[in-house]
Write a protein that binds this ligand. Structure first.
Ligand SMILES: Nc1nc2c(ncn2[C@@H]2O[C@H](COP(=O)(O)OP(=O)(O)OP(=O)(O)O)[C@@H](O)[C@H]2O)c(=O)[nH]1
Ligand SMILES: [Mg+2]
Length: 388
């Protein structure tokens, strides 16, 4: 059997560390009479923490290691020594992971920001040693408390890939080809159906360094909603996309009619989720380099009333129009945040300055200096006496 390389759903057991017990002990030393209590506190148990990582794209490691158990706290000791703190267990999960409580079905966390940390099982507090219970009426207490319990639960993790635009289409329509010509991703491309078996994300970078992420998912065929082909399970990877890109094989090279392909795709998506079907979409007609594609294109417009963006991944045509359409819908931020007013600034208007002090008018030209008003001086000798 081929080893799995992509997992987007997994159930794991998480258990935090138990808190260490507080200690009960008395100071015993030569020449020290009535040494008193000196039992220290127990150490805190470790937390189980999920940390978002940009460097992994699957829940594979949790599939092979579905138990996440943090270290227990150590018990307190004599001489008022604290117990050792249990180590946290930090588990890296891909961006886009939803965490559900398996027992209640409730969403515990949605991990979407790089570096985000979520404590999914909190370690037990350390118990108090008997040193805490000393009082004027009880100089030799024997009370001490046990460490807090650990937390244990089963969590279901579901990965929903994060991408601005998601490609969908029949197998062989050219989704992976489109991703490979627009980004530096290198998906497998081949003339047999279901070449792509799991989602692949690439980044489209515009001339001004604005970025859009694109997700290529496996192909859909008629009846997918009922489980035919690879089914629709992987469509969850499009749920976070702002725009859906329908990739249609305009050449009909596999013996299908492009306009029917489009109708079948829409129907399958609607059966999967009405909300997803209503998402903004862009329709592209691929393989326009093939001879019969132009004729098919006209028929497509007549049959569906939709005018797709005509492209060819092979001949690299129509890609600029497609990129502009994606940009219009996703509206990525450009790297350059100059406002229009800044560009329009006319340096000849800059007022004269002797150099001793910069006129307020000139300051707006010197934003790079990041000049701040001098802070009011504090008078440490005044302590906490406030001036009126
Ligand atoms: N003539 C022509 N062939 C193309 C074009 N784009 C893709 N192809 C071919 O179409 C076939 C399928 O391309 P893929 O990109 O693997 O298609 P896919 O939609 O990712 O297919 P699955 O992963 O199976 O769903 C490959 O043999 C490509 O070379 C194009 O613009 N023109
Ligand atoms: Mg593919």
């Amino acid at each position: 059997m081929k080893a799995k390389t992509f997992i987007d759903q997994v159930v794991v057991l998480v258990r935090s560390g138990k808190g260490g017990d507080g200690s009960m002990s008395f100071r015993r030393e030569a020449l020290v009479e009535f040494g008193g209590p000196d039992g220290g506190d127990g150490g805190r148990g470790g937390d189980v923490v999920f940390r978002a990582s940009e460097h992994i794209n699957s829940l594979l490691s949790l599939y092979y290691e579905p138990k996440c158990i943090a270290q227990d706290g150590g018990p307190g000791q004599s001489q008022k020594m604290f117990g050792k703190r249990g180590k946290d267990l930090v588990v890296d999960v891909p961006l886009g992971t939803e965490v559900y409580d398996e027992a209640t079905g409730l969403l515990v966390a949605d991990i979407t920001e790089s570096g985000q940390r979520v404590v999914v099982a909190r370690g037990g507090e350390g118990g108090f040693g008997n040193v805490h219970f000393k009082s004027s009426v009880n100089q030799a207490p024997t009370e001490h408390t046990p460490g807090g319990e650990s937390e244990e639960r089963r969590l279901r993790l579901e990965l929903k890939t994060i991408a601005d635009a998601g490609f969908l289409g029949f197998p062989n329509a050219g989704k992976s080809s489109l991703l490979s010509v627009l980004s530096s991703a290198t998906p497998k491309i081949a003339s047999y159906p279901f070449t792509t078996l799991n989602p692949i994300v690439g980044t489209l970078v515009y001339d001004d360094w604005a970025k859009v992420t694109l997700a290529d998912v496996p192909g859909i065929i008629e009846g997918a909603a009922k489980g035919v082909g690879l089914g629709l399970a992987f469509l969850k990877h499009l749920e976070r996309s702002k725009v859906l890109v329908y990739v249609i094989d305009m050449s009909g090279i596999d013996g299908r009619e492009p306009w029917r392909d489009y109708e079948v795709l829409r129907k399958e998506i609607e059966e999967y989720s009405a909300e997803l079907a209503a998402r903004p979409c862009i329709v592209v007609g691929n393989k326009m380099d093939v001879e019969c594609s132009r004729e098919n294109y006209d028929r497509f417009v007549k049959e569906t009333g939709v005018r797709p963006i005509a492209i060819s991944c092979e001949a690299r045509e129509g890609l600029e129009e497609f990129k502009a359409a994606v940009r219009d819908t996703v509206k990525p931020k450009s790297k350059f945040h100059h406002t229009h007013a800044e560009h329009e600034m006319n340096l000849s208007e800059m007022p004269d300055t002797t150099g001793d002090e910069i006129p307020a008018e000139a300051l707006k030209f010197a934003t790079f200096l990041k000049l701040e008003k001098p802070k009011a001086k504090s008078h440490p000798s005044r302590g906490n006496i406030h001036q009126r």
